[in-house]
Design a binder for this molecule. Structure first.
Ligand code: CAA
Length: 283
């Protein structure tokens, strides 16, 4: 199962990062989205990242040009006719993901792997709408994709060993570290990360300390690169809330109840860095 050609669906923060790391590792990439402006933005971010790598001496100008030349833009999902793997990084919504998977299942070559970058939606439920659940798998990259070393590889109930191995090998080729995980709510990353972030929000909500103090404790005391409230803003508070809801519903355990302050911020449209305001204010 040699993977050479990749389609990435979604040119947002995650999708553009995935397209970049695939192209710089030698894969031919089709970057697909529904609007040209989304593709333009994605390509712009990739170009900026590669230019910074050139400035810092991590890449040559030739490598930058070669990486960009391996990325083809696509506005039509039907371009998935001759790819070996499709990595879906569209909106985190089960209806949207299932509709994309139905469509790509009908178009992609019979032996192509269908992967999703979902951070918490069940792989098995996405796979169930296809005729090839054994070839569906979770490939969860971390943000920012070009920097973070982990890919959490999630096996759906039907995923075969052969498909797992092909994705594991690809992850190593991307210079990332694969970790094998089974399909349960939040997988490993968000089952551990999100309750920590939610607890930090409770700590603020209950007046135990200021947001700056909470972040300092975790940054300086635990050596985390970002405090949990800064990290929540970076991930997006709507994403944090939706993952907590998935944990709460999936396990039926009150320890996963989302903090009312998180709900309030999301209701106000304070979604973190992307909306200009979350726990902190951004320019
Ligand atoms: N794209 C590409 N490169 C980036 C980048 C981006 N978006 N952001 C930062 N970098 C690079 C910078 O260029 C810099 O490299 P050089 O100095 O060599 O040029 C390097 O990363 C460090 O950046 P900074 O000096 O600007 O800032 P920093 O030292 O604070 O690092 C960070 C930034 C890497 C984001 C760091 O703060 C960090 O690791 N934060 C935690 C990130 C994290 O936890 N991510 C997981 C989120 S959870 C998730 O993704 C899963 C989910 O399902 C929710």
């Amino acid at each position: 199962m040699a993977i050479q050609k990749v389609m990435v669906i979604g040119a947002g923060q995650m999708g553009s990062g995935i397209a970049q790391v695939c192209a710089q590792s030698g894969y031919d990439v089709i970057l697909n989205d529904i609007k040209q402006e989304f593709l333009d933005r994605g390509i712009q971010v990739i170009t900026q990242n590669l230019s910074r790598d050139v400035e810092k001496g991590r890449k040559s100008e030739e490598e930058k040009v070669a990486t960009l030349s391996r990325i083809t833009q696509s506005l039509d999902i039907k371009d998935a006719v001759d790819v070996d793997i499709i990595i879906e990084a569209a909106t985190e919504n089960m209806d949207i993901k299932q509709s994309i998977f139905r469509e790509i299942d009908a178009i992609a070559p019979k032996d192509a792997i269908l992967a999703t970058n979902t951070s918490s939606l069940p792989i098995t439920e996405i796979a169930a709408v296809t005729e090839r659940p054994e070839q569906v798998i979770g490939m969860h990259f971390m943000n920012p994709v070009p920097v973070m070393k982990l890919v959490e590889i999630i096996r759906g109930l039907a995923t075969t060993d052969e498909v797992y191995k092909a994705v594991e090998d690809m992850t190593v080729t991307l210079a990332k570290t694969p970790v094998e995980v089974n399909d349960f709510p939040g997988f490993v990353s968000n089952r551990i990360l999100m309750p920590m972030i939610n607890e930090a929000i409770y700590t603020l909500y209950e007046g135990v300390a200021s947001k700056e103090a909470i972040d300092s404790v975790m940054k300086l005391g635990m050596n985390h690169p970002m405090g949990p409230l800064t990290l929540a803003d970076f991930i997006g508070l709507d994403t944090c809330l939706s993952i907590m809801e998935i944990l709460y519903e999936g396990f039926g355990d009150s320890k996963y109840r989302p903090c009312p302050l998180l709900r309030k911020y999301v209701a106000a449209g304070w979604l973190g860095k992307k909306s200009g305001r979350g726990f902190y204010v951004y320019d």
